[in-house]
Design a protein around this ligand. Sequence first.
Ligand code: GDP
Ligand code: MN
Length: 419
Amino acid sequence: MARLNEHEGKALFKIAKMPIPQGDVAKTPEEARKIAEKLGKPVVIKVQIWTGGRGKAGGVKFADTPEEAEKQAAALLGATIKGYLVEKVLVEEKLAIDREYYAGIVVNAQADARCPVFMVSTEGGMDIESVPGDKIAMMNIDVIRGFKIYDALNLANKVKVPSGHITQVARLLVGLYETFKNFGCRLIEINPMVVTKDGKVLASDCRISIDDSSAIRHPELGIEVARESGTPPTELDKIAWWVEEKDLRGTCYFAEMNNQIKGECFGTIGYHGMGGGGAMLGVDGLNKQSLRVPDFADTSGNPPASKVYRAAKLVFSQPGIDGYMLGGFMAANQEQWHHAHGVVKALREELPKYPGFPVMLLLAGNKEKESLEILREGTKDLNARIRIYGGERVYDTVGLAAEMKEMVLEYKKEQKKKG
Ligand code: GDP
Ligand code: MN
């Protein structure tokens, strides 16, 4: 999923003619002051980062004058909030809040549903996860039938939205569904939807995640990397997305992560998984041996050798790795020889740079025998610590991780001796 910042999401609300507070984005304190001057009233200044809960984390400030807005913006811009560097703030008119509602749509992936589910609650401003179930009205949406104004009125009615503004609320809900559908969202949320003291209903906040597959259909959203991640994309993440976008056969997933090991760390392993879930077991195994894994990579769904090769090159591009592991912790039904060819090509280019480098290759499943042969033949003349295993070790995350640790310790000792 690709997350949008609040102001980007609100731009989509505008397209659906949903009321939002007046305001604009500032990248400098001066810009913030100018926006506040133009608005000519008290403002709220909100950091534009990929996460909610900004209010509690000190990322939402208020200012009565343009000078104050400039000061507040100066304090926020360049700060790090919830691990994100603040590069932009949204300066908006401050609303006089009378009531707050929650409205959101997520994909309900349960087998008996598999559809978008609409949720509305009178407990706006809180995380929906912490709102009691009886305070939330829900509706599974039949995407062929759509979501009509009377569905919206029914939902609002269930949580007893007063008649004075129920029509405005219902219109916003319809707009929310339109936006969800038109942009291929996985999640869309207004929290809070605000009723002002003078009776207007506006979307005061906005959270949107776009489905990976629809990001490609919406170049106007300017999504650089259509991947969900806890952090903004790194240079390698961007290259990985380029690899994926250019060739949709199979999957090349690669994300750098800031993972640390508690206590002493014995080394860092560039990790190349095959098949997301099983691959994670391998990471777990390595972590338990106090080996750090700085990335998560996954090539699966029968990618061509070229894609596997590029994924392996990305893994090797990470600075400071002490080993490489191809973690095929499952019997895959993809033709594994594409993996074997891709990995061999990458190893033949990379390993001459690092004599004695620890390499663990685990691969099982379709065309296993031939694939293992390709790995053995293709690497036998390389000066490295290479161990190649097949299906017989596929459940042995603990043993393989322990072997990896041994190799890493040997390698590091050798490096030290060389100086
Ligand atoms: P979040 O914490 O990341 O969800 O950011 P929000 O945009 O939801 O803002 C957090 C909280 O700040 C809201 O729940 C409100 O209580 C408060 N807030 C935000 N905008 C306004 C505003 O225009 N007027 C007032 N009075 N409070 C606001
Ligand atoms: Mn919010």
